[in-house]
Ligand binder design. Structure first.
Ligand SMILES: [Zn+2]
Length: 396
């Protein structure tokens, strides 16, 4: 396909989509062999900007060029490289994957594969647990809480079937040894559809937030984080990072009920999606669903957002690219609510089809429409949004 007569969807899909989850289907084609892109003024200007290290300018121009030459392998590769050099690694990876999906020539194929492998070797460090009030932890006695509030100078290490636990409190180490496997069970059921998780996870509990942040350079609201780091020998380091006491030096009871299953869910999702992009709302929504209260903690706040008419339209949220979130607190609430709604209303088969399509790189809205067999009915997304909002207003 060449020239200016693009099919309508392409006009609607702007840069955001080009840089987000690949929207290209399995039957995408490569560009024409006689290559008019080489005479394209924007392409030449973009290449010059790129050569001079002006990657931001190159990205803007290349996105325009891609609208005229959709799925053009060389344009995608240059755009991906510019993204990579500006630290937009997820967008870069998606573009390399999309390039491969277009069946490029052998040289570009080899280069794209090499780049994807290179990106995979960069550790993914993410801080993801939203700020939250401590969950009620009825099983813990005040004596246990007091005992686990003490920070000992020496580390205690414990091993369980799946975890290597490190913490500076032996009582907490014992409790984690019991509850980490239970948290993994919950993650397997809520996130992995009962799939096995034959991997080891380092579970490191820092003394306090200052120590956690010093080790991980994280946002000051973060309650936990995870690391999924492929190693050069082909193995993967999986780490869940938490911290023991709050600003008042009291043991954080939410650590067991919320942050542990939440961060573990992120590690498991990384396993499931591999190189494919998981939409951020789904990732955070599923991680929140894995918490022991199943994300119900967010339902009051979702109802409140709706009563203020402050919810982001679903059509905007569902295909939102990672890294585009400008209201994180509201985003977490909506992601958790929407994901819970889907889980409550989709059959297992529909959910499986939805996840499988996402894994193939399908756009979330398209994947959802297809898994519900609704995508040819106009307005289906709007009616699902109405149903979701009615459901959420009742604080389920
Ligand atoms: Zn998270």
């Amino acid at each position: 396909m060449t020239g200016g007569n693009l099919p309508k969807p392409w006009l609607a899909l702007a840069l955001a989509v080009l840089l987000a989850a690949p929207a290209w289907g399995a039957n995408s084609s490569t560009s024409a062999p006689a290559d008019p892109v080489d005479g394209d003024a924007d392409y030449l200007a973009a290449a010059a900007s790129f050569a001079n290290g002006h990657y931001g300018i190159a990205i803007g121009k290349l996105a325009d060029v891609l609208k005229r030459y959709p799925r053009h392998a060389r344009v995608q590769m240059l755009l991906a490289t510019a993204c990579e050099r500006t630290g937009q690694l997820a967008a870069a990876r998606d573009l390399y994957v999309a390039t491969l999906a277009g069946k490029p020539d052998a040289r570009i194929e080899a280069l794209a594969n090499e780049r994807i492998a290179r990106l995979a070797r960069r550790p993914v460090v993410r801080v993801t647990t939203a700020p939250s009030a401590p969950a009620a932890q009825a099983e813990l006695t005040p004596e246990q809480v007091a005992a686990m509030s003490v920070i000992y100078p020496e580390a205690t290490r414990k091993k369980t079937d799946h975890f290597d636990i490190t913490t500076n409190n032996p009582v907490l180490a014992d409790l984690l040894a019991q509850s980490a496997e239970a948290a993994l069970e919950r993650v397997r059921r809520t996130v992995l559809g009962d799939a096995l998780f034959p991997h080891r996870v380092e579970l490191t509990v820092y003394a306090n937030q200052a120590a956690f942040r010093k080790a991980q350079a994280t946002a000051d609201w973060a309650g936990g984080g995870f690391l999924y780091a492929p190693q050069s020998d082909g193995s993967v380091r999986r780490v869940v990072m938490l911290y023991q006491v709050d600003e008042e030096n009291r043991f954080r009871t939410s650590l067991l009920a919320r942050e542990l299953p939440h961060e573990l869910a992120h590690v498991a999702l990384k396993e499931f999606f591999g190189q494919a992009a998981c939409p951020l709302w789904l990732e955070e929504g599923l991680a929140t669903a894995a918490e022991f209260d199943g994300g119900r903690s967010t339902s009051d706040r979702m109802a409140e957002l709706l009563s203020r008419q402050a919810a982001t339209p679903l059509a905007e949220m569902i295909d939102q690219a990672n890294g585009e979130v400008d209201r994180p607190a509201a985003f977490y609430i909506q992601a958790a609510s929407w994901t819970r709604f889907l889980r409550a209303n989709l059959s297992d088969g529909q959910m499986k089809r939805f996840l499988a399509q996402l894994k193939e790189g399908q756009k979330p809205s398209v994947a959802l429409g297809r898994s519900l067999v609704l995508d040819d009915r106009p307005g289906w997304l709007g009616s699902i949004e109405d149903r979701w909002h009615k459901w959420a207003a009742e604080k389920p």
